[in-house]
Design a protein around this ligand. Structure first.
Ligand SMILES: [Zn+2]
Ligand SMILES: [Zn+2]
Ligand SMILES: [Zn+2]
Length: 130
């Protein structure tokens, strides 16, 4: 966390350990139930936001409508997320994971459009369930 110029507070430590434990994308609700009411929603929300800003985690959109978050493994830093990988949602276990090293296909946008963030979700049956 020092690398990302974040002071390690109790809440940050607790939230990041949920990510380290799970190794799959987690939602706000998952975090809340893992840390069992230790912090309120706002604290968790702020903690997640600071992690995104500092390049520790990124947003994972899936078809459930709930935003999930996953750890960054790509040397992301403050204000610059470097990854371009796809996400996989398993229809059996309902887990969403980062598929590192599989890039989002290049999309040719019309003139005047500038891409900032892309999300690419593949759903199916994961390795564990298959
Ligand atoms: Zn990132
Ligand atoms: Zn699965
Ligand atoms: Zn990811």
């Amino acid at each position: 966390m020092k690398d990302h110029s974040l002071r390690l507070t109790q809440s940050r430590g607790d939230v990041i350990s949920v990510f380290l434990d799970k190794n799959v994308a987690v939602s706000h609700g998952d975090i809340e139930s893992e840390i069992d009411g230790k912090y309120d929603r706002v604290t968790i929300y702020r903690t997640l936001k600071s992690f995104i800003d500092k390049g520790l985690i990124h947003r994972v959109l899936d078809d459930s409508g709930a935003t999930r978050y996953a750890l960054c493994h790509d040397n992301c830093s403050e204000d610059s997320h470097k990854h371009n990988h796809i996400h996989f949602k398993c229809q059996k276990c309902d887990e969403t994971t980062c598929i590192e090293h599989v890039d989002i296909p290049e999309v040719n946008l019309p003139n005047g459009f500038q891409a900032i963030e892309s999300n690419y979700l593949v759903s199916g049956i994961c390795k564990k369930c298959n």
